[in-house]
Ligand binder design. Structure first.
Ligand code: MSP
Length: 471
């Protein structure tokens, strides 16, 4: 039995959750449940990122006190995470006083690598990121992700010596000691690392007050990413608690836009603190709406709660875990969603369960002792390599194969012929195969898998409603 610590990116609370935010949760929760299935102890962190310019400006624009604004939005994320059925163990808010105190202690431990300097350059509020001159030129002064002109900064602040750790970070990435997934992202990061300058890690209070104060200098607050990245260890009680039981994390889940912070600044901080690096940082793509980036100005933002309420949580998890390739961008359209629900969940799986349960009931079939088979290597290989959509495809092929097997073995004909022994043998084979396949569904669609297990081990009580009623 191992201790497995799994983390998710903590979203900014400058609005309600959108559908893209679901990816970290669906993937991390699937991994966490899979690890539990392997009998490991799992800790899964979630939380909200509540400081910085973007949030402060949004609260001001709405004329709401910022403390109230972040509290209300954090609550929306908490509810969303619940609705998604995420089996988290820890929820961190970066405005928690304990978190803030711990971040200040982290800062103090990092002071040997922090120096004061003048920052002359650019900043993107949307990314909460200092932008180099080279990037400024490449993007003609406008952030491609936020379509906003970069802001020019000229300010005194503190820098963190990335240079002191570059070699060790490169080595860790190259040797997969800190494994960056997928491989094409690892290559990107190695290139980016070469050009990475030391980073600014504070903002003067003349520019920003909504942040963790820098210990010993009341003219500066911490750059939001220093505060945010620390959450992964402050939530474990660092620095006053020994975190060796859980840290290094087995897996950190992030979106492609924030890998650079997690694969460069974060490891530098950890090395500065003398802590080990995470074992895996796994990067998912973006969810697009009708092939386009979701944005408030285009007006194509999909409300995740509406999607969740349409066919329930497992239809949601199904779509984003199977039809969104784990490592690449994926599209959401209502048509595709309905199609996946009707053809796959309702037909392939729902009907299969209904058919087998009805046959069992009609023929007074009692399943003898059910022994869970070992998980197939094909499945565990995909899961161990974080290739969740491929693992899910594999499970779905098994679901479809059971449907074909029913058609081939024709249990209804055996029932008609009165050969009870043959019929029992046939049903035992089919139900066992379904229950074993169901084991592999557990991490992905846990509620459904639970229901299937109940229905198939007690086929006498008919299920009240079909698993996936046709829309
Ligand atoms: N606050 C930072 C993360 C700090 S982690 C120490 C942040 N917040 S965010 O709200 O912008 O994004 C949170 C997560 O959602 C990130 O993993 C990000 O990549 C992901 N996504 C945001 N939009 C997305 C899509 N449209 N699709 C998929 N994931 C997306 O970054």
């Amino acid at each position: 039995m191992k201790n497995i610590y799994v983390t998710t990116a903590i979203p900014y609370v400058n609005g309600a959750p959108h559908i893209g935010h679901a990816m970290d949760y669906c993937l991390a929760d699937t991994y966490a449940r899979y690890q539990k299935m392997l009998n490991n102890n799992v800790r899964l962190q979630v939380g909200t990122d509540e400081h910085g310019n973007k949030i402060f400006a949004k609260a001001a624009e709405l004329n709401v006190p910022v403390e109230q604004y972040v509290k209300d939005n954090s609550e929306k994320f908490r509810q969303f995470i619940h609705k998604l059925g995420v089996s988290y163990t820890d929820f961190v808010r970066t405005t928690d006083v304990e978190h803030e105190r711990r971040v200040q202690e982290i800062w103090q431990k990092l002071t040997p690598y922090i120096y004061k300097n003048k920052y002359e350059g650019w900043y993107c509020d949307g990314c909460e990121r200092f932008v180099t001159d080279k990037e400024y030129e490449e993007n003609h002064g406008v952030c491609p992700d936020h379509q906003k002109a970069y802001q020019q900064l000229s300010e005194e602040n503190y820098y963190f010596k990335i240079a002191a750790f570059k070699d060790r970070i490169r080595e860790a990435i190259e040797s997969d000691t800190m494994k960056i997934l997928p491989a094409f992202r690892k290559k990107e990061i190695l290139r980016l690392l070469e050009d990475s300058p030391d980073v600014s890690v504070t903002r003067p209070t003349t520019q920003l007050t909504w942040g963790v104060p820098v210990p010993g200098d009341d003219t500066q607050v911490m750059y939001v990413w220093i505060d945010a990245l620390s959450n992964y260890i402050t939530v474990l009680g660092y620095p006053e608690r020994d975190i060796a039981d859980w840290w290094p994390a087995a897996a950190q889940f992030v979106g492609k836009d924030i890998l650079r912070f997690h694969a460069i600044i974060w490891p530098a901080m950890l090395l500065g603190l003398g802590l080990p690096l995470p074992r895996v940082i796994t990067t998912h793509g973006f969810i697009l709406a009708n092939g386009q980036k979701m944005s408030k100005s285009i007006g194509n933002v999909v409300d995740p709660v509406e999607v969740l309420e349409r066919h329930g949580v497992d239809a949601f998890r199904y779509y984003f875990l199977r039809h969104a390739d784990t490592f690449n961008d994926a599209d959401f359209t209502w048509d595709k969603y309905e199609e996946a629900y009707n053809n796959e969940l309702a037909n392939d799986l729902g009907n299969l369960v209904q058919r087998l349960a009805t046959l069992a009931r009609k023929n007074e079939f009692q399943l003898g002792e059910f022994r869970v088979a070992d998980l197939p290597a094909e499945y565990t290989n995909y899961m161990d390599n974080f290739e969740f959509s491929k693992a899910f495809d594999y499970v779905w092929e098994r679901v479809q194969a059971i449907n074909r097997r029913i058609d081939e073995e024709k249990p209804w004909a055996l029932a008609k012929s009165g050969d009870k022994t043959q019929l029992d043998k046939c049903l035992t084979g089919l139900v066992n195969e379904l229950l074993n396949t169901n084991e592999m569904l557990k991490p992905f669609i846990p509620e459904t898998a639970q229901k299937i297990a109940e229905i198939m081990t007690d086929p006498i009580t008919p299920p009240a409603t079909p698993l996936f009623p046709k829309a």
